[in-house]
Design a protein around this ligand. Structure first.
Ligand code: IPE
Ligand code: IPE
Ligand code: MG
Length: 247
């Protein structure tokens, strides 16, 4: 549920309700580069800068949970050199986050199957989680090698193993049992999911968690996304009437 924001800048009026959990499908890097006659990896480089900026902005206005979709389980289908460039960008970010972003007070978590990454990247992911776990600020979930179907299959396997072992009775399985078995266990469902780049699809992002999420599709490519676009998305979110099946 939304909370009332503390006034920290003039762009957003004080009475605006802030979504507690925001998801962003960071899409459009390739098209941004293509428009400029640049290789796709140049778009990813720019997108990574925008990710750093928007993450800090979300923390500064009081967002409690931010989940960014950085790499899907399907993105391995891309050409080898593009994947290589993305892995390089992940590495630079994870190294920087360890040494340079210490004052940001952000709790960093990774959602997705990290065993798909190199041992070096996996170690950086573990280190980032470890170093940030006691911080008090915004929780940043970085979805890497994340696919929601994969996440749900993993949850089903986990629940069935608990039933087989007798730890859990089949009759006691509820929607909450499933939520508690996802990567986002213990976190509120996203209130708002933003997809830049104008695509009207979910692309395997938070299928279970987004049951009652408000979607805002924006016609901007991710590398062009600004703080003001985040403000606009929050303003649009405020105009929505969430009914959760009621009246
Ligand atoms: C999103 O931008 C970044 C990743 C999926 C890693 P895209 O690379 O999908 O950019 P478009 O959609 O091709 O423009
Ligand atoms: C979704 O974007 C995944 C990320 C932004 C990481 P895609 O570009 O992979 O999605 P599709 O292929 O357009 O559905
Ligand atoms: Mg895309």
């Amino acid at each position: 549920m939304a909370i009332f924001r503390k006034r920290k800048n003039d762009a957003l009026p004080e009475e605006l309700a802030l979504p507690v959990h925001v998801g962003i499908i960071m899409d459009g890097n390739g098209r941004w580069a293509k428009k400029r006659g640049l290789p796709r990896k140049a778009g990813h480089r720019e997108g990574a800068k925008v990710f750093r900026k928007i993450t800090r902005y979300c923390a500064s206005i009081g967002i409690k949970y931010l989940t960014v979709y950085a790499f899907s389980t399907e993105n391995w289908r891309r050409p080898e050199d593009e994947i290589g460039a993305l892995m390089g960008l992940f590495k630079s970010y994870l190294e920087e986050a360890l040494s340079d972003f210490k004052d940001d007070d952000i709790v960093v978590k990774f959602i997705g199957d990290r065993t798909g990454f190199s041992p070096e990247l996996q170690a950086l992911m573990d280190d980032n989680e470890e170093i940030s776990k006691d911080r008090k600020g915004m929780v940043l979930n970085i979805a890497m090698n994340y696919g929601s179907r994969d996440e749900i299959v993993r949850a089903v396997k986990n629940i069935s193993a608990r039933v087989s072992s007798g730890e859990l009775s089949q009759d006691d399985i509820t929607a909450q049992t499933v939520s508690d078995s996802l990567y986002t266990a213990g976190q509120p469902d996203p209130d708002l999911i933003i997809r830049p780049s104008g695509e009207y699809r979910i692309s395997n992002f938070m299928l279970w968690q987004a049951a009652y999420t408000e979607f805002v599709i924006m016609n901007k490519l991710w590398p062009d996304f600004k703080e003001a676009d985040m403000d606009e998305a929050i303003q649009i979110f405020n105009q929505r009437n969430r009914r959760y099946g009621g009246v």
